[in-house]
Design a protein around this ligand. Structure first.
Ligand SMILES: [Zn+2]
Length: 457
């Protein structure tokens, strides 16, 4: 009723030059309308009356489809780490508040004891899945179909890191992106054929900044969020062409800088060749014959690495099957160097190695000393900002309801890197439930469904 009263007052103040208060007062204390006939017949008044009634009644209805109640919500973008409820209607988050009443929702899931975060963004994966046996990642078996690997670890958005180039992106879109429930975004490889083979990735004549930039800005600006430079054996030529394309398209470049013999200088890469906002992936890789490391042989972070991060270079984990070592990560974290983004580098040859899935990877960083808030930030709001997709990675009202729900297990656990070494840990995240655009797409223990006997009631 206060809403109703407010509407009446505003209506009279706005549309009538007479003093509204006697009418309103009478209206609210009696059941008869006291207005003179001309007012009642006034067309705009009738419309106003009907819409006011509609608003009043809808306010009392079950206008929330799904209420996530009592979970500990971690939403780093909004500085939230507390018990708070989330209301979802259709595809979107419509309310986030303490103690949303159950009777305003058609369905409620009790999440007491669970952690609720924005759906994870895995900023480095390979999902251009196909059956071209000549190719190794582009349209090939090494790339994985996203839905089979994302939801079970709380991931709702992936960024394919350069599996395709401008020549074969449309095939990738048609056969994977358009067919997936996971939101699939992509970095376009500066090489036209993407990751077809190591040999083809050396072809400078197929690194075309203009075609790459046009594919992004003119054709698929909603999907293509950046450019990838990877696996080049030569000097800085490939990086420089990727940055040229990045300038044309106004998007960031991600660099996998690791197959040079002898190694190329990462200080020159960070300080001269890349721009603030560009991304260095495989941050904790240890393959000293191929790539310069960020931590030296005395286990000290090289000073220019801190400077590079201050300059705006974004450091991505990109764990993969060969690019994460504790001998780099543990000293770096102890010395205060934290990656900006935690990502998996998912493909068929990495998923059974040390990273396993994103929940395990976040757990690994928690056991190296990061808080849960710090790891969630690095798999939600930080990657969203790096790829300039600020509509993602948070739980703002009005955004698509992409949500992950975790159990934090306590016990004795072990975590592996790719060098077949390990650390012990006492905590592990387990993905309880994943919601993509308002729909439950992963539910480990059946929190969202009734018992089987309910079918007979
Ligand atoms: Zn990769």
């Amino acid at each position: 009723m206060p809403l109703f009263k407010q509407f009446f007052l505003q209506y009279f103040r706005y549309t009538s030059r007479i003093n509204p208060f006697p009418f309103v007062k009478q209206l609210l204390t009696s059941h008869s309308l006291p207005m003179p006939l001309p007012y009642l017949l006034n067309k705009s008044f009738t419309i106003f009356l009907l819409s006011s009634l509609l608003i009043c009644f809808s306010g009392n209805a079950q206008d929330i489809d799904l209420l996530l109640k009592g979970g500990h919500v971690i939403d780093p973008k909004n500085g939230i780490s507390e018990t708070i409820d989330i209301g979802i209607t259709g595809k979107n988050i419509v309310k986030i508040a303490k103690n949303i009443p159950e009777n305003t929702a058609k369905k409620t899931i009790d999440l007491k004891g669970y952690y609720v975060t924005p759906g994870l963004i895995d900023m480095h994966v390979h999902v251009f899945n196909g059956a071209d046996t000549e190719s190794y990642i582009a349209n090939a078996l090494t790339s994985l179909p996203p839905d089979g690997f994302t939801f079970r670890s709380g991931v709702t958005t992936v960024v394919d890191a350069g599996s395709s180039g401008w020549r074969n992106f449309r095939q990738f879109k048609a056969q994977t992106i358009d067919k997936s429930q996971t939101r699939v975004l992509a970095l376009l490889n500066i090489v036209g054929t993407g990751m077809y083979g190591r040999l083809e990735e050396q072809d400078v004549t197929d690194m075309n900044p203009t075609m790459t930039a046009n594919m992004i800005t003119k054709m698929f600006p909603d999907i293509l969020v950046g450019i990838k430079s990877a696996h080049y054996w030569g000097d800085f030529t490939q990086v420089d062409l990727a940055v040229e394309a990045g300038k044309l398209a106004e998007v960031p470049v991600m660099v996998d800088f690791g197959e040079h013999q002898p190694t190329n200088s990462i200080e020159a890469l960070f300080m001269k060749h890349l721009r603030p906002g560009d991304i260095f992936t495989h941050t904790f890789s240890y393959g000293p014959n191929n790539r310069e490391t960020i931590v030296d042989e005395d286990l000290k972070v090289k000073p220019f690495v801190f400077e590079a991060q201050k300059r705006g270079i974004k450091f991505d984990v990109g764990h993969g099957g060969g690019a994460f070592s504790f001998r780099q990560a543990v000293p770096a974290i102890q010395q205060g160097f934290l990656p900006d983004v935690i990502s998996s580098d998912l493909h068929s040859q990495s998923m059974n190695s040390g990273f396993k899935d994103m929940a395990n990877l976040l757990s690994k960083f928690m056991n190296m000393g990061l808080t849960m808030e710090e790891v969630v930030l690095r798999a939600t709001w930080n990657p969203a900002q790096v790829i300039n997709r600020k509509d993602l990675g948070h739980l703002d009202v009005g955004t698509e309801a992409d949500i992950a729900i975790f159990t934090l297990r306590k016990g004795d656990f072990g975590f592996l890197d790719i060098r077949k070494t390990k650390i012990d840990g006492d905590k592990r995240l387990e993905t309880e439930m994943t919601i993509r655009a308002g729909r439950v797409v992963w539910d480990l223990n059946g929190l969202s469904v009734p018992y089987w006997e309910s079918e007979f009631k």
